[in-house]
Design a binder for this molecule. Sequence first.
Ligand SMILES: *Cc1c(COP(=O)(O)O)cnc(C)c1O
Length: 363
Amino acid sequence: MIECDVERLRRWLRPGVLEAEVYPARNTHGMLCLDAMENPYQLPESVRRKWVECLFEQELNRYPDSNTQALSVALRNFWQVPEALQLLPGNGSDELIQLVHLALGSPGGKVMAPEPGFGIYPITARAVGLEFIGVPLQAEDFALDVEALLQSIRRHEPAVVWLANPNNPTGHCYDPAAILRLARAVPGIIVVDEAYLPYSQQGLLEVCLEYEHLLVLRTLSKLGLAGLRIGALIGQPAWLQQFNKLRLPYNISTLNQVSATFMLAHAEHLNLQVQRVCAARETLYQQLSGLPQVRVWPSAANFFLLRVPDAKQLQQGLEQRNILIRNLHDSHPLLHQCIRVTVGTPAENQQLVAALQELLAQA
Ligand SMILES: *Cc1c(COP(=O)(O)O)cnc(C)c1O
C-alpha cells in the first residue's frame, strides 16, 4: 500500500466529503430484521410465479422506458393522484431527496428539517454543499415546535423544508394545521415525506392543489417493496418539471419498472399484509408498554421508538439473539437511550418481546 495523498484529496473533493461517512451496511444474514421498517411478509407463491413470468418477457438488451409511462400510471391509480398533479418517479425516494438538493443546491443555500428526523436529508444536502439546519422537536411528545420553526425559517430562509409525516424515528404524525402554517411561511418549497402512508393513512395530496410549493414524497418501500427502490415526488407541475430535467434518463431499471407495475396490479396482497402489520402493531404496543423501565411512544408507522435503561447494551444483547434493531442513542440529544424497533409478524414480535424481557431482567 502506498500512502494516501491527503493534500490532493483535500484539494479536489467537495468540502465535507472527506468528513462524510459511508452509509453503514447491514449484516442481515440469519437475522430477524427489525431495524429497517420492512414489511415482514413475502407475497404468495402464485403471485411471485406470475411476476417471474412477467419478467421473462422483458428485453434486457433495450434501455428502460425513460418516461416510466406504465409505472407512472400505476402509481397514479394506486395513490389516486388528482389529475392536476404531476408525479415524478425515482429510484427510491432517497434518490428524489438527492435530486431536490441537487436542483436547489447553491452556495450558502440551506435546508431545514425538524430533528430528530430522517438521516438522508442532511446527508444528501451536505453532499451538494447545502447547509443543514435541524430544528428540535418538542421534548416529551415530539410535536412540531412551530414557533421555533417559524423563527428559523425567517432567519435562515431555507430552500427546502422537509417534514416526514409520520416522522422517522419518532413515529408521530404532525398536526395538519401546523404543517399548513409552515407551508405558508416557507420562502422556498416544503416537502411532506409520506413514506409511512400505508400505516398512517394520513395523506396530504389535496393540499398540493392549493400550494404550488408544497410537494408530497411517497415510496413503495414501506408498503412491502423495499427491494424495488421505487418512490415518487408529487405536486403541481411547476417544480416537478424543473426537477425532472436533472433526473438521469434511465434511473429506474426495466426490471424495477415492470415489477412495480405488476405488484401494484396485485396490490390487494400488499394491502392485506399492511393490515396484518397494523393489527400486530397494537398488540406489540401493549406488550412493549408493559415492559419494566421502558418508555414507548405511540406510533402511526410500522415501528416504535423506545427509551430503555441502556440502549447499547440492549442492542448488543438482541444482536446476540439474532435480532437486529436500531440504537439511536448518540444520534440526537432528544434520543437519549432510545432504540427503534420495526413491527414484524406476530411471531417475530413475540420473539422480540421475550428477548427484551430477558435482557431487562438481567440488567
Ligand atoms: C424509509 C424512509 C424513506 C424511504 O426511502 P426509499 O428510498 O423510498 O426506500 C423515505 N423517508 C423516510 C422518512 C423514511 O423513513
